[in-house]
Design a protein around this ligand. Structure first.
Ligand code: NAD
Length: 290
């Protein structure tokens, strides 16, 4: 396929590189990042998008997505697909999809989970919103860049699935970390705690697959001095998006709100920026109740 790719940062670059490897013809644009090998550089976003069958965007946030979409959609062919893989607020995803529809362009919002490692290995999971038609057109690209794509419903539902998942993830990581810190103070060895919890009703992905305690369970960022992995500030971004969405639809999400507040304190006041989100464990270990 002829593909435009806008936003070739930490995630976008390896995703575009995998599309090139699979034989697609990729034209890219980024304000700052260099083009990966095999990607033809365009002078502007609009130029990268013009005449392509699919245009992928992988951008930092909703306001940048809205600006880029306003720039590129009008030059795209009718029936072409705008595939946005960024993590953005649900409202921006739906607004951009409406704008595309008005111009006869198909839209899919498909944020990812799997991080830079998944982007490089081509094993991302895509959570997609948009019409069945649009989803089917980009399915072959999901197969190249990822290992699983779930069609979650109409536009914006990909973003909805992503922020609901990550709200659970953030709250669960905090619960796992505070339980380890309590166990320490009660004199319960971490490996015993892992042995019990990972096979009992307190188990979770954060305990079993991404254990925040070093030297226990499968290898995780805790075993690498809490280098990310999934950075605490990206978790904060997603938790804030979930709170923004919850406010918009009047949903009561007290655990998600507390998780957002704790990650905000950690990232913005306690030096957590650049640390993996599982570094909540050493944070709790250092603290008492007040
Ligand atoms: P990044 O900052 O490394 O990349 C974003 C790129 O967009 C940068 O290269 C930047 O120069 C470019 N850019 C910004 N404004 C632009 C514009 N107007 N026109 C063209 N290019 C522009 O970020 P990333 O880590 O690659 O993340 C991208 C998206 O993926 C984010 O929405 C993020 O939340 C999401 N995400 C990231 C991860 C991760 O682990 N990094 C995991 C899942 C989802």
């Amino acid at each position: 396929m002829k593909i435009g790719f806008i936003g070739l940062g930490n995630m976008g670059a390896p995703m575009a590189a995998n599309l090139v490897k699979a034989g697609h013809q990729v034209t890219g644009f980024d304000l700052a990042a260099p083009m990966p090998e095999g990607v033809t550089k365009a002078a502007t976003a609009a130029e990268a998008a013009k005449g392509q069958e699919v245009v992928v965007t992988m951008l930092p946030d909703g306001s940048i997505l809205r600006a880029v979409a306003a720039d590129i959609l009008k030059g795209m062919d009718k029936g072409a697909v705008h595939l946005d893989c960024s993590t953005v607020d649900v409202d921006s995803a739906r607004a951009v999809a409406d704008q595309a529809a008005a111009l006869g362009v198909l839209a899919v919002d498909a944020p990812v989970s799997g991080g830079v490692g998944g982007a490089t290995a081509g094993t991302l999971t895509f959570m997609a919103g948009g019409s069945e038609d649009a989803f089917e057109k980009v399915r072959p690209l999901f197969d190249v860049m990822g290992q699983k794509a779930v069609h979650c419903g109409p536009s914006g539902n990909g973003q909805a699935a992503k922020i609901c998942n990550n709200m659970i993830l953030g709250a669960t990581m905090i619960a796992t970390c505070e339980a380890f810190a309590l166990a320490d103070k009660l004199g319960l060895a971490r490996d015993k705690m892992f042995d019990v919890v990972s096979t009992s009703s307190g188990y979770s992905w954060t305990m079993n697959a991404y254990c925040p305690a070093p030297g226990i369970g499968p290898k995780s960022p805790a075993d690498n001095d809490y280098k990310p992995g999934f950075a605490a500030e990206l978790m904060l971004k997603d938790l804030r998006l979930s709170q923004q969405a919850a406010e918009a639809v009047d949903a009561d999400t007290p655990m998600g709100k507390r998780a957002a507040d704790l990650y905000a304190e950690y990232v913005e006041q306690e030096g957590g920026r650049g640390m993996d989100f599982s570094a909540m464990l050493p944070r709790f270990v250092k603290r008492g109740r007040s």
